[in-house]
Ligand binder design. Structure first.
Ligand code: DNO
Length: 349
């Protein structure tokens, strides 16, 4: 595996000089953040990222994400122009050394949480999704601002989008995903890039919006839409793992054996009795996921892709971007290193 760390570029409060001090750290996961979805990324931004990483003994070879515009997901008349820009972005990323591009196909909102700083008994804080806080919220009627939602949409735009996705429905979204893959995967193949789709987080519909990258049956369907080694998963354990019906270690074993996992986000979640969930420390004992079984599944199937510690808690008084502080993600990386070393050595015996 190749150990990586997400970095938000020069505006990130965590310096690359600190990231390189995490034992075993190899790759930087980043993106160009100041260009709207559907537009082309300036080459200078990619060149600068590559150079900054190199200066710090790190490799910039994973992009998270090239965002898919709502026009592509909805299949509007702007779709083909946005897809042309998307393909150009893949080519440009490849030119500057990128080997893996992450994206998601979630309508309107990326991850959904109801609180980003929920204190735990030990004084750490983390991201949570409590049904109790979701109950009664109706984005078609209420002025909702859940934490982390894209604030560039007005409430009226959100309503329009939700209505458009309601009309499109799940099967419509599948058709548009297929169109996207048929356009983008041949370009990725040509440039030696693996496209890695991130699962929906959480993996069930929120506010009636269709969500399709959610479970084994749907991951099978997605991979089958373009049967190419360039059409891969970004297997996020914490996203798939907040539905108790997903057997995450079994899914990891299956898709890794098929060579269809390009990137793994490792983190733990605790599912609560009513289906709500809390992000927890990476350690298996802290949440609902067996991180040892997940890493064992990767090593036993010869996984050679990218891994990163995902969302960390805020600990030791650190402040910063929720989920993306240094301290707890570094603890996560150290734990991940330990699990891999133990599993690899056990497999050699
Ligand atoms: C959350 C991340 C996601 C992920 C995108 C990929 O912290 O895991 O926002 O980057 O869904 O497109």
């Amino acid at each position: 595996m190749k150990l990586s760390f997400r970095w938000y570029g020069e505006s990130d409060s965590i310096p690359l000089q600190y990231i390189r001090q995490i034992p075993g750290m190899r790759s930087i996961v980043s993106a160009v953040y100041d260009v709207a979805p559907g537009e082309v990324w300036p080459e200078e931004s990619l060149a600068r990222m590559q150079q900054l990483c190199e200066e710090n003994g790190l490799v910039f070879d994973v992009v998270e994400s090239i965002p898919v515009s709502e026009d592509i997901k909805l299949g509007t008349d702007k779709r083909d122009a946005h897809l042309a820009a998307y393909c150009e972005n893949i080519r440009r990323c490849a030119k500057y050394g990128v080997k893996c591009v992450t994206y998601n196909f979630m309508p309107v909102f990326d991850w959904t949480r109801t609180q980003l700083d929920k204190p735990a008994a030990d004084g750490s804080t983390s991201l949570v999704m409590y049904w109790e806080q979701m109950k009664g919220l109706d984005p078609l009627k209420d002025d909702i601002h859940l934490p982390g939602w894209d604030s560039s949409y007005t409430q009226a735009e959100v309503r329009e989008l939700i209505a458009a996705y309601g009309q499109l429905g799940e099967e419509g979204l599948w058709r548009n995903l297929e169109y996207f893959l048929q356009t983008v995967i041949p370009v990725a193949e040509e440039c030696g890039v693996q496209m890695a789709i991130h699962p929906d987080d959480p993996p069930y519909p929120i506010f009636g919006l269709p969500r399709i990258i959610t479970c084994e049956e749907n991951l099978d369907r997605m991979l089958h839409l373009a049967d190419s080694p360039a059409n891969c998963l970004c297997l996020c354990t914490g996203s798939l793992g907040c539905a108790a019906s997903n057997d995450v270690p079994a899914m990891v074993r299956k898709y890794s054996a098929m060579g269809r996992i390009a990137f793994v986000h490792l983190r733990n979640v605790k599912i609560l009795p009513d289906g709500s969930f809390e992000e927890r420390a990476h350690l298996s004992g802290c949440g609902s996921l067996d991180m040892y079984e997940i890493v064992k599944a990767l090593t036993e199937t010869g996984f050679e892709g990218y891994v990163r510690p995902d969302h960390g808690r805020m600990i030791w008084g650190e402040t910063g971007k929720p989920g993306y502080g240094l301290f707890d993600r570094a603890l996560g990386a150290a734990y991940i290193n330990g699990l891999f070393e133990a599993c690899e050595k056990a497999a050699q015996k």
